[in-house]
Design a protein around this ligand. Structure first.
Ligand SMILES: [Fe+2]
Length: 290
């Protein structure tokens, strides 16, 4: 079914039983209905891929996507994944092994919630992916405790070709005013390319985009909102390139440039192989549902 109009949600844990998203097909179908009622015209199913916790293969994701699509015809479902950044990406990238969005060009990539790789390591990962013809789309930077306060780290990754997705509930203050302020600052710096739901269930984290869309319309204008909720997501599912920089309205502060260099140091230890735990020992994946 082709997408004709409406929002495109490129980050949604809608497949039943593959991760900490929808637990059953019944819940998945309820999420589809909620999304359609909200004006969503296409959903990318993005179950976690996280070594040791969610070992979802491309084949398993493909089967579950087809099953959900065959169970309803209200909304097209596209195959994708939210892949936790791994040390292996520093050394080499096997494009064929990656679950790209709709099998095209973009890879939804998740960082740990409480740390980031050292900047030079992350720059190398982005360069490796781009050299392999893959465009990294980094999920919810505003929910990462380091990136939230270090927009220049994002800026450096954007220079190498990374894109950024923020979460609708971050815009509507459901995750706190500090998170919302961070998102607005990222948008002013031109560092946000797409907004998605990152929905996990029908109730607490539903696949709703309209509320955030209206907030962005009010704050940045309808053209910006359509770019982030419709135009860029449509390009992503079609595997098309999108404008590297949003329309920045402010330059990063000098202190942000300084902190980018040290964002991945021992103050925020990077532990990509440590599954399910943040640097303070608390759960950072399934526990918080990222
Ligand atoms: Fe997610």
């Amino acid at each position: 079914m082709p997408v004709t109009e409406g929002f495109i949600d490129v980050h949604c844990h809608i497949l039943p039983g593959l991760d900490d998203g929808a637990p059953s097909m019944e819940d998945s179908l309820r999420m589809v209905a909620i999304a359609r009622d909200d004006g969503v015209a296409g959903i990318v199913a993005t179950p976690h891929i996280l070594q040791g916790l969610y070992e979802n293969s491309c084949e398993a994701i493909g089967l579950a996507t087809s099953e959900l699509q065959l169970s309803q015809d209200a909304c097209p479902i596209y195959q994708g994944a939210e892949m936790r950044v791994t040390r292996a990406l520093v050394d080499s990238v096997d494009r064929n092994s990656l679950q790209l969005i709709n099998g095209k060009t973009h890879l939804l990539l998740e960082l740990p919630s409480r740390s980031v790789p050292p900047l030079d390591v992350m720059e190398k990962i982005v360069r490796n992916l781009r050299a392999a013809g893959v465009i990294p789309l980094i999920a919810h930077p505003e929910r990462n405790l380091v990136l939230r306060d270090t927009p220049c780290y994002m800026h450096r990754l954007a220079i190498h070709g990374a894109l950024f997705q923020v979460t609708a509930m971050s815009i509507t203050s459901d995750l706190g005013n500090d998170v919302r302020r961070s998102v607005f600052r990222m948008i002013r710096y031109g560092l946000v390319h797409v907004v998605a739901s990152d929905a996990h269930d029908p109730l607490k984290r539903p696949p709703v985009l309209s509320r955030a869309f209206h907030v962005i319309c009010g704050e940045f204008g309808q053209g910006k909102a359509e770019e982030l909720f419709m135009e860029n997501p449509l390009k992503i599912i079609n595997g098309e390139g999108i404008k590297k920089w949003g329309a920045a309205t402010a330059a990063p502060h000098r202190k942000d440039i300084r902190t980018a260099e040290t964002a991945g140091d021992s103050g925020h230890r990077y532990e990509p192989d440590r599954v399910g735990a943040g640097t303070d020992g608390t759960a950072c994946c399934s526990g918080q549902g990222y």
